[in-house]
Design a protein around this ligand. Structure first.
Ligand code: PEP
Ligand code: MN
Length: 337
């Protein structure tokens, strides 16, 4: 249930209401909009809470939320969530491109990829140190050594870093060098990990699970939000269908749909979404046209030699050309790169 405060309610009035709810044993989450504060109320015996709240003069109304996701939904937070990281914002009029190699392979490869990403005008470097591979015989990532290379490249280039965390035990280790923590598709429903990420105060990029419905995806986000970490970015990366020509089927209809259901920013990963580098430019443009807040694109200095996901990785030149082309698409939907 949500409690909508009167327009212009003061901080003291909001505190009075949240204190009252807490004293009754409810969990509270605040959404402070331009005109109104909305309080998300979590707990059982909601009729009792509603009655108490309706009697308060500071409260405009009480609304029961029928959808299972409460904090991720638009009722609780009508305005778009905009996440600020340094001088980058995600979820506003700015399109953000996170680009880089699937995996960190060595220091030189990472630095070359970072330079290419920066040179093309992107500001966020993606690269995996912990890699969730389908086969245990495939390259598994450089782990701590990879994180150290990332830290070094971040200092040298000023790029922001996004990298994946695979379990709840390594959250602090990854958070030390990541500006955004990535949860991979295979971990979307790892609830222990999601709970741990709810406790930290760093943006989390939550990829859609391989066969997850949109509701399951938003419920996974709800795990992080309900822990008190409100900075969640969703990432559509394709889902499993019967079609074998592409690695996954990129569900672009998820973008406007999620925008209707949720206030959270959503970006698109056409690299994993298609598995084919030749399809990445078209699907990147389509993603922006569909309303995505950004893109995640795999770029490798030499895709043919890549230790993972070479066939879907762009070369630095291809990436640079794509970013230029995307500027026009962004403008046409009222956004900027
Ligand atoms: C990745 O980003 O390299 C990755 C493993 O993606 P996903 O979790 O979407 O498969
Ligand atoms: Mn990859």
């Amino acid at each position: 249930m949500i409690v909508v405060m009167n327009p212009g309610a003061t901080e003291a009035e909001v505190k009075k209401i949240t204190d009252k709810l807490k004293s009754m044993g409810y969990g509270v989450h605040l959404s402070t909009g331009e005109n109104r504060t909305v309080i998300g109320v979590i707990g059982q015996r909601r009729e009792e809470a509603a009655q108490a709240m309706e009697a308060m003069p500071e409260v405009e109304k009480v609304v029961f939320i029928t959808r299972p996701f409460k904090l991720a939904g638009r009722e609780f937070h009508p305005e778009d969530t905009v996440i600020k990281i340094g001088d980058v914002t995600i979820g506003g009029p700015e399109i953000n491109i996170m680009a880089g190699p699937c995996a960190i392979e060595n220091e030189e490869q990472l630095l070359q990829a970072a330079k290419a990403v920066k040179d093309a005008g992107a500001r966020i470097l993606r690269a995996g140190a912990f890699k969730p591979r389908t086969s245990p015989y495939s390259f598994q990532g450089l782990e701590q050594q990879g994180l150290e290379y990332l830290n070094d490249v971040r200092k040298r280039t000023g790029l922001l870093i996004i990298t994946e965390v695979m379990d709840q035990f390594t959250v602090d280790q990854v958070a030390e060098c990541a500006d955004i923590i990535q949860v991979g598709a295979r971990n979307m429903q790892n609830y222990y990990l999601l709970r741990e990420l709810g406790k930290i105060r760093k943006p989390v990029l939550l990829k859609r699970g391989l066969s997850a419905t949109i509701e399951e995806w938003l419920m996974a986000a709800e795990y992080i939000l309900s822990g008190g970490n409100y900075e969640v970015i969703l990432c559509e990366r394709g889902i499993r269908t019967f079609e074998p020509y592409t690695r996954n089927t990129l569900d672009l209809s998820a973008v406007p749909l999620v925008k209707q259901l949720s206030h959270l920013p959503i970006i698109v990963d056409p690299s994993h979404g298609t598995g084919i580098s030749g399809l990445v430019p078209a699907m990147s443009k389509a993603a922006l046209a569909a309303g995505a807040d950004g893109l995640m694109i795999e770029v490798h200095p030499n895709p043919q030699e890549a230790l993972s996901d070479g066939p879907q990785s762009l070369t630095p030149e291809q990436f640079k050309t794509l970013v230029k082309e995307l500027k026009g698409v962004a403008l046409s939907v009222g956004k900027l790169i």
